[in-house]
Design a protein around this ligand. Structure first.
Ligand code: ZN
Length: 316
């Protein structure tokens, strides 16, 4: 009976991106069979045109997530969103990513054709001691912000924060941000790709610098920055289930299973990624690096084993 139940879980095949800032941890830490020493991103749950995940289990095996969304909306509680709304990635940085900012939905709809803005959040999975992230800036007025950008005063402008595994950071549109080398994290984001790059450490890609978008960045950066305390949550591992964030784009939860845990969410559908350990869900084996969707009406999930899961959904 249980085995039949777990066949309703929609397991997905991730897609990989290679970058100048990538490394090998997605293979060595997560066991993904992906060659190369510049692996940067694993798109675990995505119906984005850049990577549309294929279903690899159950009655819908072989379909793309965007097809399931179009043709079987009942699996998603008949959600009225036009496109599959959330994207889950694991990002592993060997060196620093470029410093960037995303517009909000209003700016994106006025200045970019037919796309959403982007809100994203990060759950830190692994970080070398002393790791930092860029989150926010130090300019007190828009005038000062523009002066610092025009003068290339990046060290003065950007705000670096100390982070450790288990930290969770919400990045609202308008927040200057960057993932720094030595950090591996799970990103939950709106299904959008609009990024304004501010500074790329003067690196060359294929012999030339990557395009910057300074004017758009000056328009959309929030001034002054939100304070760090309002952006960062430290996980409490003693709790089985923690809600990390609820905003208008998504909710994100962290689930820790020790031996046995029953969890049920009162939401039309859930995205889940196993980020540590292994075990089973309703007797189906799962392990670190697996990504799946719990469809509408699934009910109680019976977890066994030792594992950590990051789950997300549309806000209720
Ligand atoms: Zn971003």
């Amino acid at each position: 009976m249980n085995q039949v139940k777990s066949e309703k879980l929609i397991f997905l095949r991730p897609g990989f991106y290679h970058s100048i800032w990538g490394g090998t941890k997605l293979r060595t830490m997560f066991g993904y069979d992906e060659p190369g020493d510049d692996i940067g991103e694993c798109w675990g749950i995505s119906a984005h045109p850049k990577h549309d995940c294929e279903v690899i289990s159950g009655p819908f095996a072989g379909k793309l997530l965007s097809e399931l969304w179009r043709e079987h909306r009942e699996l998603f509680g008949d959600s009225s969103e036009t496109v599959f709304p959330i994207l889950t990635k694991i990002i592993s940085a060997q060196s620093d990513l470029s410093i960037q900012v995303h517009p909000d939905d209003d700016y994106a709809s006025d200045h970019e054709t037919g796309t959403l803005g982007k809100t994203e959040c990060w759950y830190i999975l692994d970080a070398e001691p002393g790791s930092q992230l860029v989150a926010g800036h130090n300019a007190k007025s828009r005038e000062e912000l523009c002066e610092m950008i025009d003068g290339g005063r990046w060290d003065e402008l950007i705000r670096r924060i100390d982070i450790a595994p288990g930290d969770f950071i919400q990045i609202e549109p308008g927040t200057v941000h960057a993932i720094c080398g030595g950090v591996t994290l799970l990103e939950t984001q709106e299904n959008s790709d609009i990024t304004y790059r501010i500074y790329d450490y003067d690196r060359l890609v294929d012999g030339k610098p990557r395009e910057l978008h300074l004017q758009q960045a000056k328009d959309v950066i929030t001034v002054p920055s939100r304070d760090v305390a309002s952006m960062v949550i430290h996980d409490d591992p003693s709790e089985d289930v923690i809600k990390l964030i609820s905003c208008k784009e998504y909710e994100v939860y962290r689930i820790n299973c020790h031996d046995n845990l029953g969890v049920e969410f009162d939401r039309p559908f859930m995205l889940m990624s196993v980020v540590d350990g292994s075990g089973s869900i309703d007797e189906r084996p799962v392990k670190k690096g697996d990504h799946f969707i719990v469809p509408s009406g699934y009910g109680l999930l019976s977890l066994t084993g030792e594992m950590k899961i990051i789950a997300s959904c549309l806000p209720g």
